[in-house]
Design a binder for this molecule. Structure first.
Ligand SMILES: C[S@@+](CC[C@H](N)C(=O)[O-])C[C@H]1O[C@@H](n2cnc3c(N)ncnc32)[C@H](O)[C@@H]1O
Length: 345
Protein backbone atom coordinates (compact mmCIF):
# COMPACT_ATOMS: atom_id res chain seq x y z
CA UNK A 1 0.00 0.00 0.00
CA UNK A 2 1.13 3.54 -0.64
CA UNK A 3 1.92 5.92 2.21
CA UNK A 4 0.42 9.25 1.16
CA UNK A 5 0.70 12.67 2.74
CA UNK A 6 -2.74 13.74 3.92
CA UNK A 7 -2.11 17.35 2.93
CA UNK A 8 -1.05 16.79 -0.69
CA UNK A 9 -1.86 13.14 -1.51
CA UNK A 10 1.80 12.67 -2.53
CA UNK A 11 3.15 9.13 -2.20
CA UNK A 12 6.09 9.17 0.22
CA UNK A 13 6.61 5.46 0.79
CA UNK A 14 5.23 1.95 0.94
CA UNK A 15 3.81 -0.16 3.74
CA UNK A 16 2.37 -3.64 3.84
CA UNK A 17 2.47 -7.15 5.22
CA UNK A 18 3.43 -10.35 3.40
CA UNK A 19 4.43 -13.92 4.29
CA UNK A 20 8.16 -14.66 4.20
CA UNK A 21 8.78 -18.14 2.77
CA UNK A 22 12.28 -18.44 4.28
CA UNK A 23 10.85 -17.76 7.76
CA UNK A 24 8.08 -20.39 7.89
CA UNK A 25 5.73 -18.00 6.11
CA UNK A 26 5.66 -15.67 9.10
CA UNK A 27 3.85 -12.45 8.24
CA UNK A 28 6.40 -9.67 7.77
CA UNK A 29 5.80 -5.97 8.05
CA UNK A 30 7.25 -4.03 5.11
CA UNK A 31 7.97 -0.39 5.68
CA UNK A 32 9.75 2.12 3.49
CA UNK A 33 9.78 5.91 3.28
CA UNK A 34 11.64 7.69 0.48
CA UNK A 35 14.85 9.43 1.59
CA UNK A 36 13.49 12.91 1.06
CA UNK A 37 10.66 12.32 3.57
CA UNK A 38 12.54 10.42 6.26
CA UNK A 39 12.72 11.68 9.89
CA UNK A 40 9.19 13.08 9.89
CA UNK A 41 7.55 10.22 11.82
CA UNK A 42 5.82 8.96 8.65
CA UNK A 43 7.24 5.41 8.98
CA UNK A 44 6.01 5.15 12.58
CA UNK A 45 2.57 6.44 11.65
CA UNK A 46 2.27 4.10 8.67
CA UNK A 47 3.60 1.23 10.81
CA UNK A 48 0.93 1.78 13.47
CA UNK A 49 -1.78 1.79 10.81
CA UNK A 50 -0.62 -1.43 9.16
CA UNK A 51 -0.15 -3.19 12.52
CA UNK A 52 -3.64 -2.18 13.58
CA UNK A 53 -5.02 -3.39 10.24
CA UNK A 54 -3.15 -6.71 10.36
CA UNK A 55 -4.18 -7.47 13.96
CA UNK A 56 -7.71 -6.14 13.96
CA UNK A 57 -8.89 -6.65 10.38
CA UNK A 58 -7.01 -9.75 9.27
CA UNK A 59 -6.83 -11.35 12.75
CA UNK A 60 -3.07 -11.93 12.64
CA UNK A 61 -1.66 -13.13 15.92
CA UNK A 62 1.96 -12.16 15.39
CA UNK A 63 3.96 -10.00 12.99
CA UNK A 64 7.65 -10.25 12.19
CA UNK A 65 10.17 -7.76 10.87
CA UNK A 66 13.63 -8.31 9.45
CA UNK A 67 16.17 -5.53 9.27
CA UNK A 68 19.76 -5.35 8.13
CA UNK A 69 21.86 -4.81 11.30
CA UNK A 70 23.32 -1.58 9.90
CA UNK A 71 19.87 -0.02 9.36
CA UNK A 72 19.68 1.65 12.76
CA UNK A 73 16.99 4.14 11.71
CA UNK A 74 14.53 1.40 10.74
CA UNK A 75 15.46 -0.55 13.87
CA UNK A 76 14.47 2.46 15.98
CA UNK A 77 11.12 2.70 14.21
CA UNK A 78 10.45 -1.02 14.58
CA UNK A 79 11.29 -0.94 18.30
CA UNK A 80 9.14 2.13 18.79
CA UNK A 81 6.27 0.17 17.29
CA UNK A 82 6.79 -2.44 20.03
CA UNK A 83 8.66 -5.15 18.11
CA UNK A 84 11.16 -7.16 20.17
CA UNK A 85 14.50 -8.42 18.83
CA UNK A 86 14.68 -12.26 18.69
CA UNK A 87 17.82 -13.28 16.81
CA UNK A 88 19.98 -12.64 13.77
CA UNK A 89 19.61 -14.96 10.77
CA UNK A 90 21.31 -15.41 7.42
CA UNK A 91 18.76 -15.06 4.63
CA UNK A 92 19.01 -14.79 0.83
CA UNK A 93 18.77 -11.20 -0.38
CA UNK A 94 19.34 -10.03 -3.97
CA UNK A 95 21.13 -13.30 -4.75
CA UNK A 96 23.50 -13.21 -1.76
CA UNK A 97 23.25 -14.52 1.78
CA UNK A 98 22.95 -11.59 4.20
CA UNK A 99 22.53 -11.18 7.94
CA UNK A 100 19.16 -9.89 9.14
CA UNK A 101 18.04 -8.99 12.67
CA UNK A 102 14.64 -10.61 13.30
CA UNK A 103 11.94 -8.99 15.45
CA UNK A 104 8.48 -10.05 16.58
CA UNK A 105 5.37 -8.23 17.71
CA UNK A 106 2.48 -10.21 19.17
CA UNK A 107 -1.12 -9.19 19.27
CA UNK A 108 -2.01 -8.64 22.92
CA UNK A 109 -5.29 -7.54 24.42
CA UNK A 110 -4.91 -3.81 24.21
CA UNK A 111 -4.20 -1.73 21.14
CA UNK A 112 -2.72 0.73 20.58
CA UNK A 113 0.03 -0.32 22.94
CA UNK A 114 1.62 1.98 25.50
CA UNK A 115 4.74 1.79 23.38
CA UNK A 116 2.90 4.00 20.95
CA UNK A 117 1.23 6.79 22.77
CA UNK A 118 1.96 8.20 26.22
CA UNK A 119 -1.38 9.98 26.25
CA UNK A 120 -3.38 6.88 25.55
CA UNK A 121 -2.12 4.45 28.16
CA UNK A 122 -4.32 1.58 29.23
CA UNK A 123 -4.82 2.00 32.97
CA UNK A 124 -4.73 -1.22 34.98
CA UNK A 125 -7.47 -2.07 37.45
CA UNK A 126 -7.03 -2.97 41.10
CA UNK A 127 -6.59 -6.78 41.26
CA UNK A 128 -9.47 -7.65 43.61
CA UNK A 129 -11.82 -5.17 41.92
CA UNK A 130 -10.91 -6.62 38.50
CA UNK A 131 -12.02 -10.13 39.52
CA UNK A 132 -14.99 -8.93 41.60
CA UNK A 133 -16.30 -7.18 38.49
CA UNK A 134 -15.82 -10.22 36.27
CA UNK A 135 -16.84 -12.95 38.74
CA UNK A 136 -20.31 -13.58 37.29
CA UNK A 137 -19.15 -14.25 33.74
CA UNK A 138 -15.82 -15.81 34.75
CA UNK A 139 -16.68 -19.52 34.39
CA UNK A 140 -18.28 -19.08 30.96
CA UNK A 141 -15.26 -17.07 29.84
CA UNK A 142 -12.73 -19.65 31.04
CA UNK A 143 -14.57 -22.78 29.93
CA UNK A 144 -15.55 -21.66 26.43
CA UNK A 145 -13.47 -22.20 23.29
CA UNK A 146 -11.77 -25.36 24.57
CA UNK A 147 -10.75 -23.78 27.89
CA UNK A 148 -12.23 -26.74 29.77
CA UNK A 149 -9.44 -28.96 28.36
CA UNK A 150 -6.88 -26.97 30.36
CA UNK A 151 -8.62 -27.90 33.62
CA UNK A 152 -8.88 -31.55 32.49
CA UNK A 153 -5.11 -31.48 31.89
CA UNK A 154 -4.55 -29.89 35.29
CA UNK A 155 -6.61 -32.72 36.81
CA UNK A 156 -4.41 -35.28 35.04
CA UNK A 157 -1.33 -33.88 36.78
CA UNK A 158 -2.80 -34.60 40.25
CA UNK A 159 -1.54 -37.90 41.72
CA UNK A 160 -4.31 -40.45 42.42
CA UNK A 161 -4.92 -41.04 46.12
CA UNK A 162 -7.77 -42.03 48.43
CA UNK A 163 -5.95 -40.51 51.44
CA UNK A 164 -7.44 -37.43 53.17
CA UNK A 165 -4.58 -35.26 51.94
CA UNK A 166 -4.34 -31.54 52.54
CA UNK A 167 -4.21 -29.25 49.50
CA UNK A 168 -3.77 -25.48 49.26
CA UNK A 169 -5.19 -23.76 46.15
CA UNK A 170 -3.85 -20.20 45.87
CA UNK A 171 -5.78 -17.80 43.63
CA UNK A 172 -8.58 -20.39 43.48
CA UNK A 173 -11.09 -17.94 41.95
CA UNK A 174 -14.47 -19.62 41.42
CA UNK A 175 -12.84 -23.01 42.00
CA UNK A 176 -13.22 -24.47 38.51
CA UNK A 177 -10.20 -26.71 39.17
CA UNK A 178 -11.60 -28.21 42.39
CA UNK A 179 -13.72 -30.97 40.84
CA UNK A 180 -10.79 -32.03 38.65
CA UNK A 181 -8.63 -32.28 41.77
CA UNK A 182 -11.27 -34.30 43.66
CA UNK A 183 -11.60 -36.70 40.71
CA UNK A 184 -8.04 -37.81 41.53
CA UNK A 185 -8.00 -37.19 45.27
CA UNK A 186 -11.66 -37.51 46.38
CA UNK A 187 -10.94 -37.23 50.10
CA UNK A 188 -8.65 -34.22 49.88
CA UNK A 189 -9.36 -31.18 52.03
CA UNK A 190 -8.73 -28.03 49.98
CA UNK A 191 -7.83 -24.68 51.52
CA UNK A 192 -8.86 -22.10 48.93
CA UNK A 193 -7.38 -18.59 49.05
CA UNK A 194 -8.47 -15.69 46.91
CA UNK A 195 -8.51 -11.91 47.09
CA UNK A 196 -11.90 -11.58 45.47
CA UNK A 197 -14.94 -12.07 47.71
CA UNK A 198 -17.21 -12.48 44.70
CA UNK A 199 -15.07 -15.22 43.14
CA UNK A 200 -15.02 -17.07 46.48
CA UNK A 201 -18.81 -16.75 46.87
CA UNK A 202 -19.28 -18.48 43.52
CA UNK A 203 -16.81 -21.18 44.56
CA UNK A 204 -18.85 -21.90 47.70
CA UNK A 205 -22.16 -21.79 45.85
CA UNK A 206 -20.92 -24.26 43.20
CA UNK A 207 -19.45 -26.71 45.70
CA UNK A 208 -22.13 -26.88 48.40
CA UNK A 209 -22.00 -30.68 48.38
CA UNK A 210 -18.31 -30.55 49.29
CA UNK A 211 -18.42 -27.76 51.82
CA UNK A 212 -16.86 -29.91 54.56
CA UNK A 213 -13.82 -30.45 52.37
CA UNK A 214 -13.26 -26.74 51.76
CA UNK A 215 -11.74 -23.97 53.84
CA UNK A 216 -12.30 -20.71 51.96
CA UNK A 217 -10.12 -17.75 52.93
CA UNK A 218 -10.40 -14.25 51.53
CA UNK A 219 -6.81 -13.03 51.68
CA UNK A 220 -3.83 -12.20 49.56
CA UNK A 221 -1.53 -15.16 49.15
CA UNK A 222 1.30 -12.63 49.10
CA UNK A 223 0.77 -11.71 52.76
CA UNK A 224 -1.10 -14.76 54.13
CA UNK A 225 0.73 -16.53 57.00
CA UNK A 226 1.56 -19.87 55.40
CA UNK A 227 1.78 -22.59 58.07
CA UNK A 228 5.12 -24.48 58.03
CA UNK A 229 5.27 -28.01 56.51
CA UNK A 230 1.50 -28.44 56.45
CA UNK A 231 0.22 -29.22 52.95
CA UNK A 232 0.75 -32.34 50.83
CA UNK A 233 0.10 -30.34 47.70
CA UNK A 234 -0.17 -26.72 46.59
CA UNK A 235 -1.98 -25.85 43.37
CA UNK A 236 -2.12 -22.58 41.44
CA UNK A 237 -4.08 -22.18 38.24
CA UNK A 238 -3.83 -19.11 36.01
CA UNK A 239 -2.79 -16.73 38.75
CA UNK A 240 1.02 -16.58 38.86
CA UNK A 241 1.40 -14.52 35.69
CA UNK A 242 0.24 -11.45 37.60
CA UNK A 243 3.59 -11.01 39.36
CA UNK A 244 7.13 -9.87 38.59
CA UNK A 245 9.94 -12.38 38.89
CA UNK A 246 11.22 -11.23 42.30
CA UNK A 247 7.67 -11.26 43.70
CA UNK A 248 7.15 -14.75 42.31
CA UNK A 249 10.27 -16.18 43.92
CA UNK A 250 9.02 -14.91 47.28
CA UNK A 251 5.68 -16.68 46.75
CA UNK A 252 7.46 -19.86 45.66
CA UNK A 253 9.60 -19.80 48.80
CA UNK A 254 6.43 -19.61 50.90
CA UNK A 255 4.88 -22.47 48.93
CA UNK A 256 8.06 -24.48 49.46
CA UNK A 257 8.01 -23.93 53.20
CA UNK A 258 4.30 -24.71 53.58
CA UNK A 259 4.72 -28.06 51.80
CA UNK A 260 5.58 -31.20 53.71
CA UNK A 261 8.73 -33.02 52.62
CA UNK A 262 7.97 -34.89 49.41
CA UNK A 263 5.07 -32.46 48.79
CA UNK A 264 4.14 -31.36 45.28
CA UNK A 265 3.43 -27.95 43.78
CA UNK A 266 1.40 -27.96 40.56
CA UNK A 267 1.18 -24.76 38.55
CA UNK A 268 -0.93 -24.26 35.45
CA UNK A 269 -0.24 -20.88 33.93
CA UNK A 270 0.21 -18.43 31.10
CA UNK A 271 3.67 -19.09 29.57
CA UNK A 272 4.99 -17.49 26.40
CA UNK A 273 8.11 -17.29 24.24
CA UNK A 274 10.91 -14.81 24.96
CA UNK A 275 9.82 -11.96 22.65
CA UNK A 276 6.26 -12.00 23.94
CA UNK A 277 7.48 -12.16 27.55
CA UNK A 278 9.62 -9.10 26.86
CA UNK A 279 6.72 -7.34 25.15
CA UNK A 280 4.48 -7.85 28.21
CA UNK A 281 7.22 -6.85 30.61
CA UNK A 282 7.96 -3.61 28.72
CA UNK A 283 4.29 -2.80 28.43
CA UNK A 284 3.53 -3.15 32.12
CA UNK A 285 6.72 -1.50 33.34
CA UNK A 286 5.76 1.53 31.33
CA UNK A 287 2.12 1.45 32.42
CA UNK A 288 2.99 1.10 36.12
CA UNK A 289 5.58 3.85 35.94
CA UNK A 290 2.83 6.04 34.51
CA UNK A 291 0.33 5.05 37.23
CA UNK A 292 2.54 5.71 40.23
CA UNK A 293 6.14 5.78 41.34
CA UNK A 294 5.36 3.24 44.09
CA UNK A 295 3.15 0.28 43.25
CA UNK A 296 2.72 -2.50 45.82
CA UNK A 297 3.16 -6.09 44.61
CA UNK A 298 -0.08 -7.50 43.27
CA UNK A 299 -1.93 -4.19 43.59
CA UNK A 300 -2.96 -4.04 39.94
CA UNK A 301 -4.23 -6.65 37.52
CA UNK A 302 -1.34 -6.95 35.10
CA UNK A 303 -0.08 -9.86 33.00
CA UNK A 304 3.62 -10.67 33.07
CA UNK A 305 3.93 -14.18 31.62
CA UNK A 306 7.41 -15.69 31.54
CA UNK A 307 9.10 -18.30 29.36
CA UNK A 308 9.02 -21.88 30.53
CA UNK A 309 12.76 -21.76 31.28
CA UNK A 310 12.42 -18.60 33.39
CA UNK A 311 9.52 -20.13 35.27
CA UNK A 312 11.41 -23.38 35.89
CA UNK A 313 14.47 -21.38 37.02
CA UNK A 314 12.45 -19.41 39.58
CA UNK A 315 11.08 -22.60 41.12
CA UNK A 316 14.62 -23.98 41.43
CA UNK A 317 15.74 -20.65 42.98
CA UNK A 318 13.01 -21.08 45.60
CA UNK A 319 14.46 -24.45 46.63
CA UNK A 320 12.49 -27.03 44.64
CA UNK A 321 14.71 -29.94 43.62
CA UNK A 322 12.77 -31.54 40.82
CA UNK A 323 10.88 -29.29 38.39
CA UNK A 324 9.16 -30.86 35.40
CA UNK A 325 7.09 -29.43 32.57
CA UNK A 326 4.05 -31.74 32.31
CA UNK A 327 2.27 -29.98 29.46
CA UNK A 328 3.26 -27.13 27.17
CA UNK A 329 0.04 -26.79 25.20
CA UNK A 330 -2.56 -25.21 27.45
CA UNK A 331 -4.11 -21.74 27.13
CA UNK A 332 -4.30 -21.95 23.31
CA UNK A 333 -0.58 -22.71 23.06
CA UNK A 334 0.43 -19.96 25.47
CA UNK A 335 0.60 -21.89 28.70
CA UNK A 336 2.14 -24.78 30.57
CA UNK A 337 1.62 -27.07 33.53
CA UNK A 338 4.66 -27.45 35.79
CA UNK A 339 5.26 -29.80 38.69
CA UNK A 340 7.82 -29.03 41.40
CA UNK A 341 8.68 -31.39 44.24
CA UNK A 342 10.04 -30.55 47.69
CA UNK A 343 12.61 -33.23 48.26
CA UNK A 344 12.79 -35.32 51.44
CA UNK A 345 15.74 -34.43 53.65
C1 LIG B 1 -7.42 -15.92 36.39
S1 LIG B 1 -8.06 -16.22 37.99
C2 LIG B 1 -7.77 -17.95 38.22
C3 LIG B 1 -8.83 -18.59 39.05
C4 LIG B 1 -8.78 -20.11 39.11
N1 LIG B 1 -7.59 -20.59 39.75
C5 LIG B 1 -8.89 -20.68 37.71
O1 LIG B 1 -7.92 -21.26 37.21
O2 LIG B 1 -9.97 -20.55 37.11
C6 LIG B 1 -6.84 -15.50 39.05
C7 LIG B 1 -7.33 -15.45 40.49
O3 LIG B 1 -6.21 -15.10 41.29
C8 LIG B 1 -6.69 -14.25 42.31
N2 LIG B 1 -5.57 -13.47 42.85
C9 LIG B 1 -4.75 -12.61 42.21
N3 LIG B 1 -3.82 -12.12 43.04
C10 LIG B 1 -4.08 -12.68 44.26
C11 LIG B 1 -3.47 -12.56 45.52
N4 LIG B 1 -2.42 -11.77 45.74
N5 LIG B 1 -3.98 -13.28 46.54
C12 LIG B 1 -5.06 -14.07 46.37
N6 LIG B 1 -5.67 -14.23 45.16
C13 LIG B 1 -5.19 -13.53 44.13
C14 LIG B 1 -7.73 -13.39 41.64
O4 LIG B 1 -8.62 -12.78 42.54
C15 LIG B 1 -8.41 -14.43 40.73
O5 LIG B 1 -9.51 -15.02 41.33
Amino acid sequence: MAVELKSTGKCVGLVGVAPKRELNNEIMILLEVTDEYKNNGYATEAGKAIIWWAFEQTRQDMLSAIIKPENLVLRRVIEKLGFVYCDTRILPHDGVESAFDCFKLYHTDYLPGPEWDDNNLYLPENMAAFFDRRALGYNDHMLSGGGIDDYIKLGKSIPITQEPISILDIGCGTGIELNYIWEKAPNAHITCIDLSRKMLNILLEHHQDKVEQITAIQASYLSWEYPESTFDMVVSSMTMHHFWQDEKVEIYKKIYSTLREGGVYIESDFIVDAPLAEQYSRRYKKILAHVSTKVSPGEYHIDIPLTVNEQTGLLCDAGFSEVKVLDKCINHGRGAILRAIKSRM
